[in-house]
Design a protein around this ligand. Structure first.
Ligand code: PGA
Length: 251
């Protein structure tokens, strides 16, 4: 079975942007990206889904969301369902970002339910896993990321080939402190082995992204590691020139 696995470069805008800033950013990306050799997604704040959907229409840039409800509809004030995301052409949804786990008390089980909700609607979840600095220092990195991924596999094992995993060491997010390529590769290899154990025929094709201060200067080396299949990029995805350089590095 030969499968060509395109790298995925996903921008996570977090809670940034405005109608004017988004338009300028997306137009610069469309102009600079041409026909990218990798898949590219923009995970935008919910109020801007419609705007960015129309900006990226019939381009090679895919639309992504940053979170989703695990529920299909109903009395869940402030939330968006996977069906609603699909209505706006969303192709990817980040689930279980560490900021959601930290500030909104999201659990491994809750994140797995969110992944199931988007998968049921044909949207690829980008499932985030990663350890805190204290956990790394205590030698718990492997245990933490394996527990987080195991919850996803437990609920979504039957459609594991439709999942994207993002390893984001929490100490590297927004800190300018990137994991070294060797540190990242070591964790990616663990996650790959766990996926292999769960679904040997699909494990090689599942994309495992690295996230945490990836930027134009360090992207090529990180993306050159054997088990790093793309990036989830926060800060550097807000600057067109930087994001375009990361896209080029993934070619
Ligand atoms: P960063 O964020 O690139 O700004 O470190 C990555 C993320 O949180 O997804």
């Amino acid at each position: 079975m030969t499968m060509t696995k395109k790298k995925l470069i996903a921008g996570n805008w977090k809670m940034n942007g405005s109608l004017a800033a988004n338009e300028a950013l997306v137009k610069a990306l469309l102009q600079g990206a041409g026909a990218p050799a990798c898949d590219v997604a923009l995970c935008v704040p919910a109020p801007y889904l419609a705007q960015v959907q129309s900006l990226v229409a019939s381009s090679s840039l895919a639309l992504g969301a940053q979170d989703v409800s695990a529920h299909p509809q109903g009395a869940f004030t402030g939330e968006q369902s996977a069906v609603m995301l699909k209505d706006f052409g969303v192709r990817y949804a980040i689930v279980g970002h560490s900021e959601r786990r930290q500030y909104h008390g999201e659990t491994d089980e809750g994140v797995a339910a969110k992944a199931a909700a988007v998968l049921a609607n044909g949207i690829m979840p980008i499932v985030c896993v990663g350890e805190t600095l204290a956990q790394r220092d205590a030698g718990q990195t492997e245990e933490v990321v394996k527990r987080q991924l195991a919850a996803i596999i437990h609920v979504n094992g039957h459609c594991i080939s439709e999942i994207v995993v993002a390893y984001e060491p929490i100490w590297a997010i927004g800190t300018g402190k990137t994991a070294t390529p060797a540190q990242a590769q070591a964790v990616h290899a663990l996650l790959r082995a766990q996926l292999h154990h769960a679904a040997s025929e699909h494990a090689a094709g599942i994309r495992i992204l690295y996230g945490g201060s990836m930027n134009a200067a360090n992207a090529a080396e990180l993306l050159g590691q054997p088990d790093i299949d793309g990036g989830l990029i926060g800060g550097a995805s807000l600057k067109a020139a930087d994001f375009l350089q990361i896209i080029a590095a993934a070619a």
